[in-house]
Design a protein around this ligand. Structure first.
Ligand SMILES: *[C@@H]1O[C@H](CO)[C@@H](O)[C@H](O)[C@H]1NC(C)=O
Ligand SMILES: *[C@@H]1O[C@H](CO)[C@@H](O)[C@H](O)[C@H]1NC(C)=O
Length: 377
């Protein structure tokens, strides 16, 4: 058989379309299939006894700061994170103490519930208990458990479902919830900050921009500015244990579940932003953004996000801000991090590299000396 060039071209196009279509079907099934493990037919799966037990042991008393009783810090990790970033994360927590309430003076490592997925991850989590006091819980429901994750691969897209489930199950057990990624170095107790700004929900900033951390996005003072809310990074999140907040987290979980059927490349962070803006407005909840000068990110320029308080004015709100200038040799120093509550390390390369930068910050912070904390990208 002999095809004219035009026919050959059409045949190639058809074949290409079929391949793309087939690939789409295959990838839809993978993430969607993993996501299913976190849902029962009519809702998000209930917590295991081990999970609620660990929450109870880790909970921090907040009755001196709010009308609620307790707050829990939740995080999750696979084997790769447990090997590289988690030891530095826990080291940083172990050096920070709770500032008030019944756990006053106790270190933060004992106040954290770390969810491990695979048996190997659980073992690694337990091994770290020789040195730190964190609580390990296994979630065997999470089926996309092993291997390393890169941006937007199956593992990456699947872990969002696990995250939402833990947050929801923490809230329904009656605790305020702080969710932390494990590529974070904690430097000071963040709880007083979280409870003193009147926020029902807090997200961290994706970029270094000027915003007022006391403005709720649906408040008259923010709406009067006619600015868009900033892009939120969900590496650091706070949720107040109230009915309205729990309802919004439930919507987040359910929106993810519906979207994944047609959009395997869904990103929990995008859906969080979209759902929360709408849901908090409807329920008149205060959804606010963490001060990027205190909750630093390695995605911010230079030696961290900075702006002066007198720059938090209508003309500047919503604008990018410059970072602090690096010191000679590209390092940062105590003058930059003296007020920071924590630093998150996205935009820093592979997990191993993040771990090195985290270690540098801990050494610099406690040794009162400069440190190389800036990644390649
Ligand atoms: C942020 O807004 C609050 C409430 O409107 C206001 O009291 C505060 O001074 C503002 N913060 C800054 C840094 O301008
Ligand atoms: C840190 O080092 C600087 C000079 O290198 C010194 O002036 C400062 O007092 C030190 N701070 C502490 C808390 O030791």
């Amino acid at each position: 058989m002999c095809l004219s060039p035009q026919h050959a071209w059409r045949a190639a196009l058809l074949l290409f379309t079929l391949v793309v279509y087939f690939q789409r079907i295959v990838s839809v099934n993978v993430v969607e299939k993993h996501s299913r493990s976190h849902y029962a037919q009519h809702g998000v799966r209930l917590p295991t006894r081990a999970f609620t037990g660990a929450l109870h042991k880790a909970a921090i008393d907040i009755s001196h700061l709010s009308c609620r009783k307790s707050l829990v810090v939740l995080c999750m990790a696979n084997e790769e994170a447990l090997q590289h970033t988690v030891p530095h994360f826990l080291e940083s927590l172990s050096r920070v103490v709770v500032k008030g309430g019944r756990q006053e003076g106790q270190a933060f490592d004992g106040r954290v519930v770390l969810v491990a997925w695979s048996l190997d991850a659980m073992r690694a989590c337990r091994d770290l208990q020789a040195k730190y006091k964190h609580h390990c819980v296994r979630d065997a429901q999470h089926t996309a458990a092993t291997g390393s994750f890169s941006f937007h691969d199956t593992g990456f897209n699947s872990l969002g479902f696990a995250k939402v489930k833990y947050i929801l199950n923490g809230l329904s057990a009656g605790h305020d919830v702080v969710f932390l990624d494990t590529d974070i170095v904690l430097l000071r107790d963040p709880v007083p900050y979280l409870l003193r700004h009147g926020a029902d929900l807090f997200g961290s900033m994706e970029k270094c921009m000027v915003y007022n951390d006391s403005h709720a996005f649906n408040s008259p003072e923010f709406l009067a500015l006619q600015k868009r809310p900033p892009a939120i990074n969900i590496g650091v999140l706070y949720f107040k244990a109230t009915a309205g907040v729990t309802r919004c987290v439930y919507n987040w979980a359910w929106e993810m579940r519906s979207e994944v059927e047609t959009r395997p490349k869904l990103w929990d962070q995008d859906i969080y932003g979209k759902v929360m803006i709408k849901c908090t407005t409807r329920h008149q909840l205060r959804f606010q953004v963490l001060d990027p000068r205190l909750f630093q990110s390695a995605c911010f320029p230079g030696c961290g996000c900075r702006f002066r308080n007198d720059e938090v004015i209508p003309a500047r709100i919503g604008k990018f801000s410059r970072g602090s200038r690096k010191l000679p040799g590209g390092v940062c120093g105590p003058q930059h991090w003296s007020r920071w509550l924590l630093r998150h390390f996205p935009c820093s390369g592979v997990t191993k590299r993040k771990a090195d930068l985290m270690k540098e910050l801990i050494t610099g912070y406690y040794g009162n000396k400069t440190a190389n904390i800036i990644g390649a990208s």
